[in-house]
Design a protein around this ligand. Structure first.
Ligand SMILES: Cc1ncc(COP(=O)(O)O)c(C=O)c1O
Length: 394
């Protein structure tokens, strides 16, 4: 039994619902690409699951948050707030089309908001949603209904009715469903993160956009994981030169503080009236001030995300693994092996590296890495050396 401060792990476990498999150490601090326990430092190759893209404890984010802290904390959404206005301007400046935003606190909440808003243009005969095999959109009731993995959904059924799943990347299957004119929206991740960094065929998003336009269905892009620069463009959909009707963002957009954003194109935004939706903490001033500076900084880092992504990809391929994903959102394809994801995570943890191993919908093992954009050459080589060691252990 390990001791964490004065309590045993077992005592600590009794304080919380047993929802997470946590690492067996207590964090002392986190800085740059590293997380520190009392005795050791760990290279965080998943950046707090895709949140800390600027690295841990970014100085500019901290400065901005402290500045805001001196002015005020929560006020409520009954007030116009400079931090929200500045964040909104910065966020909307990343998009070509005309959008308005709703601010919440997490990815799942941003998805819930999207589900409600997407229903508004349609009557009750057209309120189904199309989602994809392998999809992950969150754990709240609505978002979970759009999430593919049966293990996640089964214990909580019945969930939201009217959700149909089709194979990811299969545009014919999409057309077959959408032509029935029963769907309000299609929700899709441009790259599926939780499923193991699964990339759809080239042109899929563009075809999806056309299918939505032809059938009058709304395209909802979930860029909670892919967005805010991870793939080397601010939004992953920019790779296919399209724009969604509704965009959901969270994770890195708040620079380490909780923030969810649902961006809605102007023509749908007009349907929203006061009282239709709300969130007490949505758009917290500290999160908005962190988010504003984060967007400004990420915009300047996109080229380096691509360059570092290319370096990493080449080095991983040199070891003999294929790589999926784009920029600094990468999947290392290990294939079908007898090791469980947990064993692989432990192997890396023992070597001082934090990664995330996933069994894909086709039972293949992939290591997901979402390194911080500030990762240095030296830190990349630390990871590569451990990956080499892992390869030898197979
Ligand atoms: C694509 C995607 N959508 C939604 C979510 C849910 O976000 P949250 O955990 O903030 O509710 C996640 C989280 O991993 C995600 O990756």
């Amino acid at each position: 039994m390990r001791k964490t401060e004065k309590m045993t792990t077992q005592e600590i476990e009794k304080l919380f619902l047993n929802t997470y498999q946590r690492y067996p150490f207590l964090v002392k601090k986190a800085e740059g690409a590293f997380i520190y326990s009392k005795n050791r430092k760990y290279l965080d190759m998943i950046s707090g699951i895709g949140v800390m893209s600027l690295g841990h404890s970014d100085k500019d984010v901290k400065k901005e948050v402290l500045k805001q802290l001196k002015l005020h904390m929560h006020l409520s959404n009954l007030f116009w707030q400079k931090s929200q206005i500045e964040f909104a301007k910065e966020f909307i400046s990343t998009l070509k089309g005309k959008y308005r935003i709703f601010l919440s606190n997490s990815g799942a909440e941003a998805v819930e908001t999207a589900i409600k808003i997407a229903k508004l243009p349609f009557d009750e005969k057209r309120r189904k949603f199309l989602a994809f095999f392998g999809s992950f959109h969150g754990r709240t009731h609505g978002a979970l209904s759009l999430t593919w993995k049966e293990d996640f959904r089964k214990p909580f059924e019945p969930l939201m009715p009217g959700v149909k799943f089709v194979p990811y990347g299969d545009i014919d299957a999409v057309y077959n469903e959408l032509k029935k004119l029963e769907f309000a929206g299609v929700i899709v991740e441009p790259i599926q993160g939780e499923a193991g960094v699964i990339t759809p065929p080239q042109g899929f998003l563009k075809n999806l956009k056309s299918a939505c336009e032809e059938t009058g269905t709304l395209l909802i892009l979930d860029e909670i994981q892919t967005g805010a620069g991870k793939t080397g463009k601010f939004w992953c959909f920019e790779w296919e030169n399209i724009e969604p009707d509704i965009l959901v963002s969270s994770k890195a957009i708040g620079g380490g503080l909780p923030l969810g954003v649902t961006a809605v194109s102007d023509k749908i935004a007009e349907l929203i009236k006061p009282g239709m939706h709300a969130s007490t903490f949505g758009g917290n001033p500290l999160s908005c001030s962190a988010g504003k500076i984060t967007i400004r900084k990420i915009k300047k880092m996109l080229k380096s995300v691509l360059k570092k992504g290319e370096t990493l990809k080449k080095e991983i391929e040199n070891i003999g693994f294929e790589v999926s994903g784009k920029g600094l959102m990468l999947g290392i394809i290990i294939g079908k092996i007898s090791k469980e994801p947990r064993e692989i995570n432990e192997f890396f943890l023992n070597e001082g590296v934090i990664i995330n191993t996933i069994k894909t919908p086709t039972e293949e093992i992939r290591i997901r890495i979402l390194p911080p954009f500030i990762i240095s050459e030296r830190e990349i080589s630390i990871f590569i050396n451990v990956l080499k060691k892992f390869k030898k252990s197979l």
